[in-house]
Each structure stands twice: as structure tokens, then as C-alpha cells.
Ligand binder design. Sequence first.
Ligand code: DX5
Ligand code: ZN
Length: 213
Amino acid sequence: MRIISPSLLSADFTKLASHISEVERAGVSRLHLDVMDGHFVPNLTFGPFIIKQIKAITSLHLETHLMITEPKRYFDDYINAGSDTLIFHYEASNSIESDLKYIQSKDVKAGIAINPDTEIDGLIQYLEHLDYILIMSVFPGFGGQSFIENTLNKMKALSEICKGKSILIGVDGGVNLATIDKVYDHGADVTIVGSGLFKANDIQKRFNELMGE
Ligand code: DX5
Ligand code: ZN
């Protein structure tokens, strides 16, 4: 069964509550929240204040994708705001193991995101502390970019390495009707879909198509 985590980055923020109930009705189990600081990535989005408000109106699992420098300075803020999974970037931390352990000590699932040009080798030593690996299939910063094909190899390799472990493999960026099948074929458990879902005229219908139904 496919798991799709809609990225709210492409939602209409003046209608956020109705977009969230629409994807809830469509049958999603989780939401993807893209936090950008204008430093780690050349764009700014929202912070814990908005996440707390989202938490108050939904019981969906909230996965927060931190695209920020020095992520550990802000872990408590994002945990207290209601994140159920907290993902930071491999490229942004110099204390990965203790960061993962800290997040898990707060009863929150811990994840690492890797950029398209980051090799997977460095991740292997952290597998026992990971609940989630987010493979970026675009360079983070903006929704609506094109899927980078050579990230498919990473999906295949990581899904084989993680076989039998309780680590979810997520894929983020450029996942849409044209690319979603190969992403799942290469071992993804979760796909993050932003523009490929929220820009559709009929979100429910698009969700079913993306699910392969
Ligand atoms: C990219 C973000 C993604 C992205 C997904 O920086 O992490 O979550 O917005 O959006 P689409 O599906 O439009 O590529
Ligand atoms: Zn993301």
C-alpha cells in the first residue's frame, strides 16, 4: 500500500484548513511540513507557530522537514509544536547521532534528509538510530521542480540496505503522476507530493490516481 505525504508547501495558505480536511477525506495518514530558513536553502516558509496551529486542527501524523542550519537549536520548538516525525538534513548537522537520539528521547520519530548530491555511505553508521530517511529528488528550496532521475539508484540501494529494519524510506521532490510509479518501484515507502497534488482541480481524484487506484 502506497503512503503519500502531501507537502503543504503547495497548498493555498488562505484555505489551509479546508485543504487539510480535503486530503484527510481523500485518505492520507500524514502531512509533510517544509520548514526553510533562508540560509540552508534560498527560501523561507513557516516555523513552529504555524505547525502548532496545524496540530490543533488535525490528527494526521505530522512529519516536519527542517531545511535549516544548526537544526538542533530548534528541535524543542518543533517537537513542542507537535511534530510526530522530525527530519533534519545530513548536510546541516555535525552531531548526527546525538541529534537522532535526542529526538527519539522525546518520543518523536527521527529522520535524516539527504540532498541529491550526497552519497548514502555516510548514513550507514546511523541506521540503528533512524526511523526515517528522506531522499531528496530535487535540491531543496522550492516546490514544483523536476525530479532528478539519478536519485533512483539511491532509493534502490537504501531500500535494500534497510530491508527488515523499521526505517521508512521517503522521497521528496518532483513526485507526480509521471514519476510516482518508478519511485515506488525503486523501493520508496513514502512519497512526498506537493504541486502534483494540490495544484490539481480535483484533489481527491488526483490522490486516487497517485495511489495507483
Ligand atoms: C522541496 C520540499 C518539498 C517540495 C515538494 O524543497 O522539501 O517537500 O516542496 O514539492 P513538489 O512535489 O512540488 O516537488
Ligand atoms: Zn520536504
